[in-house]
Design a protein around this ligand. Structure first.
Ligand SMILES: [Zn+2]
Length: 372
């Protein structure tokens, strides 16, 4: 029963314009329109060539208003505007003319399709920078299409028959954004102490790996792209031994002084080098010197990585910090959930490591266990 009716639709539109916009045509109508209620405008009898108007002839003013009245659709805090006249091309014109209920049903289906493509989306996680939400996540939305169609249909029918317009809240499932996972499983427990080793791989990395294996401790190695290129076997062993690999830039620069393009290159080339060696892309970035600015944070988020800093820092790179100083500092200052910053640069760190592990365990602090 739909059919043939492009001509009729045009006729409808023309008729409606001549009713609603007549004042504008002669250039003096606006004031007149505002001073006179719409009901006072002359209403022609329904023309036989206008099936919609024919169908709605009991209340032609309501029909005209209903076609152009903004229809506000709400989901959560968001809204979308549409109007019935945008969907008039799908109205089932024909003989006999459609009822207001039929018009409402057809237009509601079309309006809900439009709403689905406007509102529906997957959730997107929060991105963190230095522990703060860097890029707020996005709520996922999934409209309940059957229920939404019924709600819109009811509203359209009310408009067409009672000249009464209200916003429609669309029934939908709204999913809160997750927080972007940082190295899955690692931060789940805030009770363990996490050891991290920066700036490698280097001459001491293999020894550190031996000690970690002996004590069955899992750690993260934040490596630079340049060093990864020099020690590809060590990079592979880090993963094979059950540890995590993180990105620590290509050349270890002070990133906040660099352009966005160079920051991007520092991170991306390191990702590529690690991927070429291992087939794995790190999901965690540690900025050299812990130095970040907004641009660094944005680039990290764009690359879908999280930013990782630390909470315990014995400054093991200082020459006057002996192995026993490093060990004592880490063992005494670590708490459940601490992240310990160490480097792979000196024999002092290697010497301190067994005592760090046994000392933390003696304090009943947990260390994650490497799983090969
Ligand atoms: Zn570093």
């Amino acid at each position: 029963m739909m059919r043939k009716l492009a001509g009729s639709v045009i006729a409808v539109a023309i008729t409606l314009v001549s009713i609603g916009g007549g004042g504008d045509i002669d250039g003096q109508g606006r004031d007149q329109d505002q001073s006179q209620p719409a009901l006072a405008l002359p209403v022609p009898p329904a023309s036989p060539s206008s099936p919609v108007l024919g169908a709605l002839s009991q209340n032609i003013v309501a029909a005209r208003d209903a076609l152009d009245e903004p229809l506000v659709l709400l989901v959560g805090d968001e809204q979308m505007y549409t109007k019935l006249s945008d969907h008039v091309d799908v109205l089932p014109l024909g003989s006999p003319p459609p009822t207001a209920a039929e018009l409402s049903a057809v237009a509601a289906a079309r309006i809900v399709d439009e709403a689905v493509s406007h509102f529906n989306r997957d959730s997107y996680p929060h991105h963190l920078c230095a522990g703060e939400v860097l890029v707020p996540g996005i709520y996922g939305v999934s409209i309940d299409q059957d229920a939404a169609r019924r709600a819109v249909e009811t509203e359209l029918l009310t408009r067409l028959t009672k000249n009464d317009a209200r916003p429609v809240r669309l029934p939908a499932e709204v999913q809160a954004p997750p927080t972007h996972p940082a190295l899955p499983g690692r931060y789940d427990s805030r009770t363990s102490v996490w050891l991290t080793f920066d700036d490698g791989p280097g001459a001491y990395t293999e020894q550190i790996l031996d000690i970690l294996a002996e004590h069955q401790v899992e750690a993260t190695f934040y490596v630079t792209g340049e060093n990864a290129r020099r020690y590809p076997e060590t990079i592979q062993r880090i993963l094979d031994d059950g540890h995590q690999l993180g990105n620590h830039s290509l050349t270890h620069p002070f990133l906040p002084r660099l352009s966005r393009e160079r920051i991007y290159r520092e991170l991306q080339e390191t990702q590529d080098i690690i991927y070429e060696i291992t087939g794995y892309r790190p999901t965690s970035f540690r900025p050299p010197y812990g130095a970040v600015n907004a641009t660094v944070c944005e680039v990290v988020a764009e690359m879908d990585m999280t930013l990782s800093l630390w909470t315990v820092d014995p400054e093991d790179w200082r020459r006057n910090h002996s192995a026993s100083y490093i060990r004592t500092h880490v063992v005494n200052l670590s708490r459940p959930g601490s992240t310990v910053l160490l480097h792979v640069l000196s024999n002092r760190t290697v010497s301190a490591l067994p005592g760090i592990i046994t000392g933390l365990r003696a304090r009943d602090l947990e260390l994650s266990t490497a799983t090969r």
